[in-house]
Design a binder for this molecule. Structure first.
Ligand code: ADP
Ligand code: MG
Length: 366
């Protein structure tokens, strides 16, 4: 396996900037996930690494070798697509062996590699079947097998799970993660699904409109988002946002929104005292908005009055939609928390879990 490096990579289609100045260092054996909404440039980035798309500018390295001008077949990487397109008239064995035959790999070597891949993927009993005799999940595994037998320097995967139903997707996600560990593979994986990114990635690259927003571990992306876009793209339900102002009151730094104030904790005051007077957006995740009377009474500085809009019982918890001024704030409450619609309740924020973003640039204030 090998590292993959992108340096100042650009791709323009006419006047569309599909990818703008992307710099990435994918370490050997890393599982790096490119995450972002549809159209943000994920596939284009992957296709440039594969050599299927020319760069408008910049360079790409696989290991120490610059490959920007190298033909796709000579880059020694394997790509797995969403549409795995197996050859319908070939058996599972033949589908996996085909690429190696084309490369004139000796037959015993082909047999060894196909058998090994089939073992890893649990396809051993299916080698004589045709694709139409397989389930969707099995077909996807054959597509992975086809990539594995190549013993490539790196795997490129473009939304490989999105054609599977929800249950199978979860199962295959776990398998892929195991496969990564077992093969010690370098994987560049594209998805618009934040759960896939959070569960599989050693690091996540969040993209928007062709521009990298943040490169970080799942923990870093979730707990220290660099801007409002990253903050709201990752996490379900999404992070709550409240527009307001930072104000100084005595020695304290307050956040003022819709006629109410909360006192920000000392750690935020130390960081943000320069920002007093600024218009900001406060961010707080639903699990950090508390409704239990214990938490609320213990945190008088961080209380807010809110009107109950909807209570959604989820079984293990209740999702509570609250109105604060014109904004809806979602709170995850325990399943024994009840209130009537229209009730005015007091919630309290977890001060250690607050985020503040500049109202103009939407960048996190740190
Ligand atoms: N061959 C092409 N010709 C013109 N525009 C393209 C082409 N391929 C992609 N694009 C545009 O580039 C942008 C990024 O596309 P893509 O990389 O497919 O996004 P993603 O995979 O994140 O959904 C989109 O605006 C898309 O319409
Ligand atoms: Mg795509």
């Amino acid at each position: 396996m090998a590292s993959v490096r992108l340096e100042h990579v650009f791709k323009r289609f006419g006047n569309v900037d599909a990818v703008s100045d992307v710099n990435l260092d994918i370490a050997d054996q890393e599982f790096l996930v490119l995450l972002g909404p549809s159209g943000c440039g994920k596939t284009t980035t992957l296709r440039m690494v594969a050599g299927l798309e020319e760069l408008s500018d910049g360079s790409i390295f696989i290991g120490d070798r610059e490959v920007s001008q190298v033909a796709p077949k000579d880059r020694d990487i394997a790509m797995v697509f969403q549409n795995y397109a197996l050859y319908p008239h070939m058996t599972v064995y033949e589908n996996m062996a085909f690429g190696l035959k084309l490369r004139k790999v000796p037959r015993p070597e082909i047999e060894r590699r196909v058998k090994e891949a089939a073992d890893i993927l649990g396809l051993g009993a299916l080698l004589t079947r045709k694709p139409k005799e397989l389930s969707g999940g099995q077909r996807q595994r054959v597509a992975l097998g086809r990539a594995i037998v190549r013993e490539p320097k790196a795997f490129l995967m473009d939304e490989p799970l999105s054609n599977l139903d929800a249950k199978l997707r979860t199962q295959t996600r776990v398998e892929l993660k195991r496969l990564h560990q077992r093969l010690g593979a370098t994987i560049l994986y594209v998805t618009h699904d934040q759960t896939e990114a959070m569960t599989m990635g050693t690091r996540i690259v969040v993209m928007r409109d062709g521009v990298v927003q943040q490169v970080d571990t799942p923990d870093g992306i979730y707990n220290h988002p660099a801007n409002q876009f990253v903050a709201t793209f990752v996490g379900t339900p999404a992070m709550n946002l409240l527009p307001g102002e930072l104000t100084q009151k005595g020695g304290a730094l307050m956040f003022h929104t819709f006629g109410q104030d909360v006192t920000l904790p000392e750690s935020m005051r130390a960081r943000l005292s320069q920002a007093a007077g600024r218009k900001v957006t406060l961010g707080i995740r639903p699990e950090d908005v508390h409704l239990s009377s214990d938490f609320v009474s213990n945190h008088p500085d961080l209380q807010m009055k809110a009107t109950v809009r909807v209570v959604e019982p989820m079984g293990h918890e209740n999702m509570v939609y609250l109105a604060i001024g014109e904004e809806t704030v979602t709170a995850r409450a325990s399943n024994d928390w009840h209130a009537d619609l229209g009730d005015v309740v007091t919630c309290a924020f977890d001060g250690a879990r607050l985020h503040a973003f500049d109202r103009e640039t939407e960048a996190a204030l740190v």
